[in-house]
Design a protein around this ligand. Sequence first.
Ligand SMILES: Nc1nc2c(ncn2[C@@H]2O[C@H](COP(=O)(O)OP(=O)(O)OP(=O)(O)O)[C@@H](O)[C@H]2O)c(=O)[nH]1
Ligand SMILES: [Mg+2]
Length: 557
Amino acid sequence: MAGAAALRRSVRRIVRPLATATALSRTLQQPERLLSSQASPEHGPRGAVSGSELGLYTPELIRNFSIIAHVDHGKSTLADRLLELTGTIQKGHGQPQYLDKLQVERERGITVKAQTATMFYRHTSASHGPDTPRYLLNLIDTPGHVDFSYEVSRSLAACQGALLVVDAAQGVQAQTIANFYLAFESNLSIIPVINKIDQPTADPDNVKDQLKRLFDIDPSEALLTSAKTGKGLEQVLPAVIERIPSPPGKCDSPVRMLLLDSYFDEYKGVICHVAVVDGALHKGDKIASAATGHTYEVQDVGIMHPELTPTGVLYTGQVGYVISGMRSTKEACIGDTLHQAKITVEPLPGFKPAKHMVFSGLYPADGSDFEALSHAIEKLTCNDASVSLTKETSTALGMGFRYQIFACELVFYIVFTTICGFLGLLHMDVFHQRLEQEYGAQVISTIPTVPYIFEYGDGSKVQVENPAALASNPGKRVVGCWEPTVIATIIIPSEYVGPVIMLCSERRGEQLEYTFIDAQRALLKYRLPLKEIIVDFYNELKGITSGYATFDYEDSE
Ligand SMILES: Nc1nc2c(ncn2[C@@H]2O[C@H](COP(=O)(O)OP(=O)(O)OP(=O)(O)O)[C@@H](O)[C@H]2O)c(=O)[nH]1
Ligand SMILES: [Mg+2]
């Protein structure tokens, strides 16, 4: 963990000057319809927003922010309240955690996919008098579970700030730390929000101490809220406007945008989520992909308000969607730079590719259904690009994808297996559930394995996910073998430290850190072989700590 001095140096708490004179004068030109939309939500569900209205929101009047936290600390509920407060959705309409749209999210009560929503908000500050400026705010609700931290890091690339939500009763947990550092390393302005203050066991002062001790966050910066009762919520959006910088970017340059996410819609085709960094994107424009060089014509463009809302244009600093006739999500490389066709632009930094931690073979529950399963897997991976697919064949008997070959009067079964790489066990579980619910495919999967790397005497290396894939007689000597390891962060009440240290030692763990984050709770960091944690480590950890442990891990490379 970075030292307090480094943190102090780097944790930026940017208190933005209120809107500049230019921004204010532009705001005053806004039509009355726009100025009044907060009170009477004409930008309600599916409320139309025209391109000329959008054009009034210059970068000084835009704020892009994510909501990040440990699992269940109330991110999606807070997002609901902010959407209601701005009239983007109607209070009491729709389901709680509105942005959790997948069936699997609703059933499990967790977010697995980051979701963007654009809101319009009039900032009523005493310094503005009656001429209160309106702002365009892009909120990204992110998942809290460790398996989906890739979603968080992608979301943060479209933001200049983040609301770091912490449960007032549970305090800082393992993913609070992981997500804080993701935001911190992306140089975002971080606004701490201590949520669930309505709970009888809430102890906001203790949480403030933890934030100070762990992240050097000044206690006076923390906002105290209850997303359930609505208490304290009125401070959130003013803080977003005042403390988060507006997006940088050149309005008069050719369009350049970052491709954040994509999914396939049966009727509309591939829908890309983009953050416009420079210039403006209009319907009918010709754009090109920096990764593939392919060119496309923009057929539809708009914002998520909170559903797809066509505007015909997106301006510098805005986040929205583009439909451009891509036939498959494979053409929409996440992290790619899309830009005006026929010109050369500097590609944006993009993202590190998702790292697959767990591999498992998928078989149809009904052995004859392999084609349907193959089709379902292909379709689902169009909407979850973080799953890797490898087709494997072997001549063992099995229930997998089978074809009969008659030769020399013997019957061989060739087993066709789809080996899928997942970001973690929950990701694997969610993928299975989505296959079943969205595509009606019943699957059986093999016990998850991790990839091993073997090095031969001639210097060549091979990575295998399945021991059977390693040639038994390769004709050269194996001189080295590596297994993947992770850095695990565990937060536990101090009385459980002994059993947890014992568990980590049994699992071949190497202790890296042991500190106390307050009088009652300890933080342990271990380097652990990935193989030791993928099947039952978390269950055992929960068992020996009466459910109190929180656990997060990241690839140790
Ligand atoms: N008492 C109380 N409960 C809350 C509050 N905010 C959220 N909750 C509850 O906490 C639970 C989790 O809320 P979510 O909004 O789904 O949490 P989340 O952080 O989005 O969860 P993930 O996306 O799965 O990480 C739900 O049962 C909410 O009703 C609050 O301020 N007070
Ligand atoms: Mg959520």
